[in-house]
Structures are given as structure tokens and as C-alpha cells.
Write a protein that binds this ligand. Structure first.
Ligand SMILES: Cc1cc2nc3c(=O)[nH]c(=O)nc-3n(C[C@H](O)[C@H](O)[C@H](O)COP(=O)(O)O)c2cc1C
Length: 217
């Protein structure tokens, strides 16, 4: 298998969580004997080469973050530049987001389930997983804990010939957290997480409180 992997995030590659996820996923592909080439559409100078690769190849994987419950606008814009192909081309997706519950990725997935049909190609499934906010801000050892499982998914993609529903469901984790976990998380967000976000904002040069609302004064 030779796969074309396209990062559909608007974030520049060096800050993109999707890019780190692709690093790990691609390692898994290689472990199962596949080769790959990678593109990122955040830089519009790459669009021509990414489109050429889409046209010339038959195994396409688009990895993308969920932005406001749906597909990033820049990716929709790029997709509109692609020509219609036939079913010998297969397209698959890795949809990832910040919030942990799998349920909130389902709206984006429902759109991606239909997209290959619009493009005239066949569909290899969509891998979904949340809880990825931390990739950009955590220390490397913690980041590795988040991205390493994607390596197994890269292997599985080759070994199982696409993203199979059972594998996707297992990888996605709980659809909705139980009430005790939700209450615990709420407490955490009001205390420890709040402090962490404050420290991160400060590190990025923020000089106002993180709940600063100038419009509500
Ligand atoms: C503008 C914006 C909107 C977002 N909307 C969602 C969302 O609706 N659901 C979610 O789970 N994560 C959301 N996120 C979090 C991203 O999906 C998450 O941080 C992802 O890992 C970012 O990947 P990237 O760095 O490659 O863009 C949002 C992030 C941004 C910046």
C-alpha cells in the first residue's frame, strides 16, 4: 500500500496537533509495510502538489481536527479544488478533536461518511478520537502517551484494509462520560485545569485574566 496523507488543519505544521498524530500513524503504516507521502494544506503553496498527489494516487488519508463541531473551512476550500475521480480511489479520514467524549465527533463524522460519495471515490472509514487538546502544550513524555496509540491504528489500517467499525469504536473511547466522571471533571476544570490554562496563557504572553470579557463591561 502507498498512502497519500493530507493534514487538513489550518494550523501551521509546527504547531499542528494533527501533524503529530500523523507522525505516529505513519510510523504504524510503515511497520505494516506501507509507504506514504505527506502534505499539509495550512500552507496554500502546498495545494498544487497535494492535489497532484490526490489525482495520481488511489489510497488517500485525510487527517483533520474538529473545529467548532465540524470540518475546518480551509479543508472544505481545498476539497472544492479536487476533480471527481472513480471508485478505484479510496479516501479515509482521521478525525480528531480536543474534547474527550466521542459523541461530539459524530456530527463531523456523519459529514465525512458522505464526502467520498460527493467526490465519486470509495470510502475506507473514519477513525475518530478526542482528548487531543494537550498535544501542543504538554511535555513530550505526555504527548507521546497521547499520540503513540495512533501508531497501532496505522498498523491496523494496513492489516485490516481500512478503518473497520469495531476498531474505530474501541479506539474512540466512551461516547459520553458517566455522571460521577462528569462531576469530577467539572471540579477539575474549576480548579486544577483552570490554573494550568492560566499558566499556559501567561507563558504565551497573555496579560489579562483568562475569563476577561471586555465586551460584557
Ligand atoms: C477554533 C477552534 C475550534 C475548535 N472546536 C472544537 C470542537 O468543536 N470540538 C473539539 O473537540 N475540539 C475543538 N477544537 C480543538 C481542536 O480540535 C484540537 O485542539 C485539535 O487537536 C487541533 O488540531 P490542530 O492543531 O492540528 O489544528 C477547536 C480548536 C479551535 C482552535
Amino acid at each position: 500500500m502507498h498512502a497519500v496523507i493530507i493534514n487538513g488543519s489550518p494550523r501551521v505544521s509546527k504547531h499542528s496537533n494533527t501533524e503529530r498524530i500523523i507522525d505516529s500513524f505513519a510510523e504504524g503504516l510503515a511497520l505494516s509495510g506501507a509507504s506514504y507521502e505527506r502534505y499539509a494544506i495550512s500552507d496554500k503553496d502546498n495545494w498544487d502538489s497535494a492535489r497532484e498527489a490526490y489525482i495520481k494516487n488511489t489510497e488517500i488519508i485525510i487527517a483533520l481536527p474538529l473545529y467548532v463541531e465540524c470540518v475546518p473551512g480551509i479543508l472544505l476550500e481545498f476539497l472544492e479544488t479536487l476533480p471527481v475521480k472513480d471508485e478505484t480511489t479510496r479516501i479515509s479520514f482521521i478525525l480528531q478533536g480536543g474534547f474527550a467524549e466521542a459523541k461530539q465527533l459524530e456530527c463531523g463524522k456523519a459529514f465525512l461518511d458522505k464526502l467520498p460519495g460527493y467526490l465519486g471515490v470509495s470510502y475506507g472509514g473514519t477513525l475518530i478520537k478526542g482528548d487531543n487538546f494537550g498535544i501542543r502544550v504538554l511535555k513530550e513524555s505526555e504527548v507521546q502517551k497521547i499520540i503513540t496509540p495512533y501508531r497501532n491504528m496505522g498498523k491496523a489500517f494496513v492489516d485490516e484494509d481500512g478503518f473497520k467499525p469495531e476498531t474505530v469504536k474501541k479506539f474512540a473511547g466512551p461516547e459520553i462520560f458517566s455522571l460521577p466522571i462528569r462531576l469530577m471533571l467539572q471540579l477539575m476544570f474549576m480548579t486544577l485545569a483552570r490554573k494550568n490554562y492560566r499558566d499556559i496563557a501567561k507563558g504565551w504572553g497573555c496579560k489579562v485574566p483568562i475569563d476577561y470579557r471586555p465586551w460584557s463591561a
